[in-house]
Write a protein of this length. Structure first.
Length: 395
């Protein structure tokens, strides 16, 4: 339990045990579930934590409240990692008033069977807590339809649900000024690309609502509390939600016997020789899609390679393409390559995918038969995408 600002307490927890977030995304450095308690004339809890940590969570609340009641519980986001303790809260504090919007309450009834003691709020509504005023900002599809932000007008604090969150536990410190934040920026991009990535337009609408709002502190439900580096966090979300990559290249490939891999290595070397410094090279069979998606969101250039497999794409490449398409990633410079032994199909399918995504092609697609050298063509593709990356105005 830590006071992060004027009678605003951190009541979150660290999860160092979960291996996969949403049973999908690796957590090599764990994850935090952040909750906040506003003390004062009216005590107010903002979000809860995963139910597995209920004992620790309620112990922290008791340290602050003692025998006093909890007056309000604000649900910014009802995903179970943030609402898991809702029923227990109602049991312990039966008179607590639960604040949310209409969509929140539909899910509240569905998940927890709670239908009474509710206070419905709308976009722009305010709530006076005596010495503190809260304003509610709806942020639908960032990344669930019921999501909203709560802005403390008194202390200029934005409680932003999952927005501006990251993977990774909070190791000792909680505020950005107490931590080495260098490890969190890549995890913010990975969190965004894995969890929020499809919803670029809703994120942009939410950011527009925040324009002109004096935000001095951002309290997300995952990762550090942003104070001195809050502007950087906002800029990252702005860039990613506009699908704007930085100058760099992701090369991802599948390879059964090494031929497609050698093509990928040659393309990467040529791009490097032409001046590209940020190159992420991924074997789709070894690197989890979570990290590949991070780099695809982060970098402007993308080259995908696949051998033909049963007249289709290599299965792991095919799976990755579905993940990319689901996220509706736009504005990429694209190239593709592949190999086959007796009947080529992979490159044709990769070309069709790039056309479906409406990406700009760089260089010529390359199809290699057996082990017949395509080194010159691979080097030409690497050089072509480098030329466009370093001298193109694509955003």
């Amino acid at each position: 339990m830590k006071q992060i600002k004027n009678k605003i307490y951190y009541t979150g927890v660290n999860d160092r045990n979960k291996r996969l977030f949403e049973s999908l995304w690796p957590l090599p450095n764990g994850v935090s579930y952040n909750s906040y308690l506003l003390d004062g004339d009216e005590t107010t809890l903002i979000d809860t934590v995963d139910i597995c940590f209920s004992e620790q969570f309620f112990g922290q609340i008791a340290e602050i409240l003692g025998s006093r009641p909890l007056n309000y519980l604000i649900i910014n986001h009802i995903e179970p990692d943030h609402s898991g303790c809702l029923s227990l809260i109602r049991d312990k504090y039966p008179d607590v008033k639960i604040i949310g919007n209409k969509l929140t309450f539909g899910m509240l009834a569905g998940y927890y069977g709670i239908t009474d003691g509710l206070l419905e709020v709308h976009d722009g509504d305010t709530l006076s807590l005596g010495g503190r005023t809260l304003r509610f900002v709806t942020a639908p599809m960032v990344h669930w339809p019921e999501v909203m932000f709560t802005y403390d007008e008194t202390d200029k604090v934005l409680f932003s649900a999952d927005a501006f969150g990251t993977f990774g536990t909070l190791d000792g410190g909680i505020l950005d000024v107490e931590l080495d934040t260098s490890r969190y920026w890549s995890e913010m991009v990975r969190y965004y690309s894995n969890i929020v990535g499809k919803y670029g337009n809703p994120v942009q609408k939410a950011l527009q609502k925040l324009q002109g709002v004096d935000v001095q502190m951002i309290c997300s439900t995952h990762g550090p509390i942003w104070t001195e580096e809050r502007s950087k966090a906002i800029k990252i979300y702005d860039r990613l939600s506009r699908y704007e990559g930085i100058d760099g290249l992701t090369i991802v490939y599948g390879s059964m016997y090494g031929h497609t891999e050698r093509m990928a290595e040659t393309i990467a070397a040529a791009a490097s020789d032409a001046g590209v410094r940020n190159i992420a090279l991924h074997d789709v069979s070894k690197t989890h899609a979570s990290f590949i998606l991070r780099d695809i969101f982060n970098y402007k250039g993308l080259i995908i390679g696949s051998p033909t497999y049963s007249n289709q794409l290599f299965p792991e490449i095919d799976s990755l393409l579905h993940r990319i398409e689901l996220r509706e990633i736009r504005n990429r410079l694209y190239g593709c390559f592949g190999s086959f032994t007796w009947a080529g199909a992979a490159v044709k399918r990769l070309v069709a995918f790039g056309e479906t995504m409406k990406w700009e092609f760089a260089g010529e697609p390359i199809e290699q038969k057996q082990n017949i050298s395509t080194e010159a063509a691979c080097r030409a593709l690497g050089a072509a995408i480098a030329e466009k990356l370093l001298h193109s105005d694509i955003e």
